[in-house]
Design a protein around this ligand. Structure first.
Ligand code: NOJ
Length: 970
């Protein structure tokens, strides 16, 4: 029974406007943020000046070159302030990444310098073999296998250039916009620097303030700043840092999520910019965000790729404060960017590539790869705000089962908790939480329950009380007491995860048993419960820009401004560690986070937040998930259906198609929306969605194998065209179609109302097959658009010729029931008649795969004149230097316990696609003759289109864990 009283109270609490409209006035534009204004003003002064030179240079007398490694340090001075010094540290890592760090020396205060320590997995190794050569005007060092890269550090003005051959790849401070505002005493402001009245022209101003040509004539928002009704007290004064980073030979840039925009980032400055404001990185809870905007959203990852047909390079700036990035596509061959951050130090990693795959690997070595998710987490997740009682949950589960719709996870949003005191079940509607969880777990399903970071400030809430007693809450600007703000739970405080004292205590809360210490723990839960961390930007309803005041104080006295973008990651990290430690042996945790930073990929999944039920949002959601993948955060998805609004059935169906082809597949809906679980749809929509859900489940082996790969290489699970075809210029702007891992599956989600067909770009001279109808489409070496059917029940999904795709085709209620299911192999022959594919499986729940408990197969097919051979080999044996989830395979034992446990699992069907002639016989090597069926059609190497010739080998019964070979004779 739904509680009407509860619903009534909720409707009062949340008022959703009838029309969708972002409240732009809640969020700053660049011109409303003092430091961004200053940064942009500096750039326009530079542009207008006939001559412009950066005032920063290296003090030659201070250079120190390490004897034993490729590192040097030097002092940097600024001609503006002779007494101020900066320390520069430039080092070459063993893999060719160049790190450039600059901080103020002997500063009056300390610039925040810990962003990298949260983002990086370890201190990168500095090369011992590369050496700097010292010239009169610069340092140079060559590196790379063929010494093809060179890094040049010019002394005066300071400029850093990464070259490949003779081509400039990345240039730092080439336009002279580097500026690190030093700490200064406030009184300076009063000392005769004000512009006398009537003195307007630049020359006069320069006489009054000699540094005006560079810093501007007035001290714009140095010491205090207001926005709306909020005043930021800025106790440390100005401390922003900015730098121009150019890519003279790269026209496309990708990354710096999270923004609702195209994957190839449009310009924000220069001639007729696409957006007026720079891309903003400042984690914020933007209500009803716009589907095309540079506004910041919930997460920030300051990494980008710059790409051309010649090379790909990357930039990662480990900075945790608000950052604005201007982008100018100055010419059709180059891109200029300008990074403006509120505080922190300069800590830039130059990733030399030269391929997209290299940049992914270089970034992964810095910040880690995505964690291998639990297998069930790749299934379908059913969420809504809110399933309002334990009986509601049971009913929803029952309805899915009755309708034969697979689902793995049921979610509970904030209304499960009493007065939004997370962990504490609302007793009237959830009187039997553990029974409810067990009912869900009976079919191997899981629950995900929300735990937000705001704690209701009442002493009867043990979590708040313990946090308060331990002194681990964020402090207000005075540095004393507890910061108090407003969120779902009313008057609330926030845990400060920068405080090490918060971590062990937080971990202890998730123990589903009584603690020996007598402290509070979540005894009313089980190990089948996983966690959703929301509102961790943090969202504060009555705070500036719906977040925390920047002058709030964290552990060690750091201001909130310094760590704002890192804050959300610490919350999901701590939760991840908590789930990891709650069971022995540990089970893989699932944690969904809304806010994220560089490194968040190590702790779980993200989603694109409160999207709208519009076609535009459906479309941009795909691009946003792609952009997150560029930044290492592969495990992502958008709310299926759109969070706000009531999608018409057509839109909902399309949204299910989009979701089923995303790494994270969850339907979610706002509390004011009508119920829209897929079983509520009328026909034919219901059947279509059932098919989509089942399709997702059949493809779980593909998703899981793609995830294994990303845990090792950092390559994204969803691969945009420039990643798969780095040299094909036609694909550089493509962001509405993508490949799933290395599987060879190409997806073109449809997000257009009334569509009956779609245009798909094929980048190569290769044959592609419609996944369902096996219709043949042929690409061309120059690239080619083909028109494909895309009526509502048709998801444009293709197999690239040359791929072997493994699926499990038995409809099941949940993924956990598929563990012993047989496999189907789809062998899609390429133009030459061969194909290759991979399959990775393990127990999907524990960490035993790290001890070699898994199987990893390579399937191979090769057609000669008289024979087609299809084989399965142990890939771990073929590639002993590879790894799984970060663990090398050297110790891999093909006869491991997991492999034994699936020894009875067989291949039940092989579908060979693109076979032009009818076989004579099919048999397993050293074994029996097999049954088969052949449907004539086009061969992979034909010129003609139409349906492909198909051979179905029936029940070869070849064990999935073993080596085998099948011979098809003609
Ligand atoms: C905001 C989240 O983005 C949304 O998904 C959730 O339903 C609400 N908070 C309530 O928890």
């Amino acid at each position: 029974m739904y509680s009407l009283k509860l619903l009534g109270a909720l409707v009062l609490l949340i008022s959703v406007p009838q029309t969708f409209a972002v409240k732009s006035h809640d969020f700053k534009t660049c011109s409303q943020a003092g430091f961004c204004r200053r940064g942009r003003a500096l750039a326009s002064r530079a542009k207008e000046a006939s001559s412009w030179a950066s005032p920063y240079s290296i003090d030659l007398s201070t250079i120190e070159i390490a004897h034993d490694s490729a590192k040097f340090t030097a002092q940097v001075k600024s001609s503006l302030y002779p007494d101020v010094k900066f320390g520069l540290d430039v080092r070459l890592h063993t893999d060719g990444v160049v790190r450039v760090r600059m901080d103020e020396i002997d500063a009056l205060k300390k610039h925040y310098d810990e962003a990298a320590s949260w983002a990086l997995i370890s201190e990168p190794k500095v090369s011992k073999s590369m050496k700097w050569s010292v010239g009169k005007t610069e340092f140079r060092a060559k590196f790379g296998e063929g010494q093809e890269f060179e890094i040049v550090v010019q002394f005066n003005p300071l400029k850093i250039v990464l070259l490949k051959g003779s081509k400039e790849q990345i240039v730092l401070n080439g336009q002279g916009l580097l500026h690190m505002e030093h700490f200064r005493p406030k009184k300076v402001e009063a000392e005769g620097e004000q512009k006398p009245e009537g003195m307007e022209d630049a020359q006069t101003v320069m006489k009054v303030k000699p540094n005006a040509w560079f810093e501007g004539e007035d001290e714009d928002a140095y010491w205090e700043e207001t926005f709306g009704s909020w005043t930021d007290s800025k106790p440390k004064g100005p401390e922003s840092l900015s730098i121009d980073i150019s890519f003279p030979n790269h026209a496309n840039i990708y990354g710096i999520p999270q923004h609702a925009t195209r994957l190839s980032l449009p310009s924000t400055t220069g001639e007729s910019p696409h957006f007026e404001d720079p891309y903003r990185l400042y984690n914020t809870d933007v209500f009803e965000y716009i589907a095309s905007s540079p506004m910041s959203l919930y997460g920030s990852i300051p990494i980008l790729h710059a790409h051309s047909a010649d090379s790909t390079v990357g930039i990662f700036h480990a900075v945790g404060s608000e950052t604005w990035i201007d982008v100018s596509h100055a010419t059709d061959k180059s891109t200029e960017t300008h990074w403006i951050s509120e505080s922190g130090i300069l800590d830039i990693f130059l990733m030399p590539g030269p391929t997209p795959a290299d940049v992914f690997a270089q970034y992964a070595r810095l910040t880690g790869t995505p964690v291998l998710p639990a297998h069930w987490a790749l299934g379908y997740h059913q969420c809504r705000w809110n399933y309002i009682s334990s009986d509601d949950v049971r009913t929803v589960q029952k309805r899915f089962d009755e309708e034969g719709m697979p689902v793995d996870v049921f979610w509970l949003d904030i209304e499960y908790s009493q007065d939004h005191k997370y962990f504490i079940w609302e007793p009237k509607n959830f009187p039997d939480p553990v029974d409810m969880i067990n009912d869900v777990a009976a079919t191997g399903r899981h629950m995900v329950v929300i735990v937000d970071p705001h704690l209701k400030r009442v002493n009867e809430y043990p979590v708040y009380k313990e946090a308060s007693e331990r002194g681990v809450l964020v402090k207000p600007k005075s540095g004393e007491g507890e910061y108090e703000g407003w969120c779902w739970s009313g008057s609330s405080s926030w845990i400060d995860f920068f405080n090490p004292g918060a971590w062990d205590w937080w971990k202890s809360l998730f123990k589903p048993y009584q603690l020996a210490s007598g402290g509070w723990s979540w005894t009313q839960s089980t190990e089948a419960v996983h966690i959703w961390n929301d509102m961790n930007e943090p969202s504060v309803f009555n705070g500036p820009e719906i977040s925390m005041p920047r002058d709030n104080v964290h552990y060690n006295g750091w201001e909130h401004r310094d760590i704002h973008n890192i804050n959300g990651m610490l919350f999901s990290n701590a939760t991840y560690q908590a789930l990891l430690e709650r069971s022995d042996p540990p089970q893989r945790p699932f944690v969904l986070t809304r806010s994220f930073f560089a490194g968040s990929q190590r702790f779980g999944a993200m989603w694109t937040g409160d999207n709208l039920g519009t076609w535009e949002h459906m479309e941009v959601g795909v691009k946003m998930v792609l952009a997150n993948g560029i930044a290492g955060m592969s495990f992502g998805g958008s709310d299926v259906g759109g969070f706000f609004g009531n999608p018409e059935p057509e839109m909902l169906v399309r949204w299910y198609q989009v979701g089923a082809m995303a790494p994270f597949f969850r339907a979610h809906a706002h509390i004011d929306t009508k119920r829209r679980e897929p079983y509520l749809l009328d026909q034919p929509y219901k059947d279509i969605v059932r098919d989509i859900l089942r399709l997702r489940y059949t493809m779980l082996p593909v998703w899981y194998t793609a995830f294994r790969e990303t845990t090792v290489t950092g390559l994204p699970v969803l691969r945009p065209h420039y990643v798969t075809f780095p040299e094909d210029k036609n694909g550089f702007d493509l962001d509405d179609q993508y490949y799933i891992g290395s599987s060879g599956l190409l997806v073109k989600p449809v997000s257009e109302k009334g569509a009956t067909e779609a245009s798909v770009y094929l980048a190569e001279d290769q044959v592609y097959y419609d996944y369902f109808s096996h219709q043949v489409y042929r690409g061309s070496a120059k690239g080619k658009n083909v028109t494909v059917p895309a009526a509502l029940h048709q998801l444009p999904l293709f197999i690239r010729g040359g791929s072997i795709v493994s699926t499990r085709e038995r409809p099941r209620r949940a993924s956990t029931l598929m563990k012993r299911d047989p496999f189907t192999l789809r062998v899609a022959l390429d133009k030459k008649g061969s194909a290759r594919g991979e399959l990775y499986i393990d127990d999907g729940e524990t960490y035993s795969h790290r001890n070699g408990e898994f199987i990893w197969r390579q399937f191979f097919a090769d057609k000669r004149k008289k024979e087609l051979r299809i084989s399965s080999k142990d890939l771990a044996a073929l590639r002993p230097s590879d790894a799984v989830d970060g663990v090398a395979l050297k110790t891999f034992n093909p006869a491991n316990e997991f492999a034994k446990s699936v020894s009875g699992v067989r291949v039940e069907r092989i579908v060979v696609v693109g076979l032009g002639s009818k076989p004579k016989s099919v048999k397993v090597e050293g074994g029996q003759t097999l049954e088969w069926e052949y449907t004539p059609g086009a061969a992979s190497n034909d010129k003609k289109d139409g349906a492909a010739g198909i051979l179905i080998i029936k029940d070869p019964a070849t064990p999935i864990a073993n080596n085998w070979e099948i011979s098809v004779q003609f």
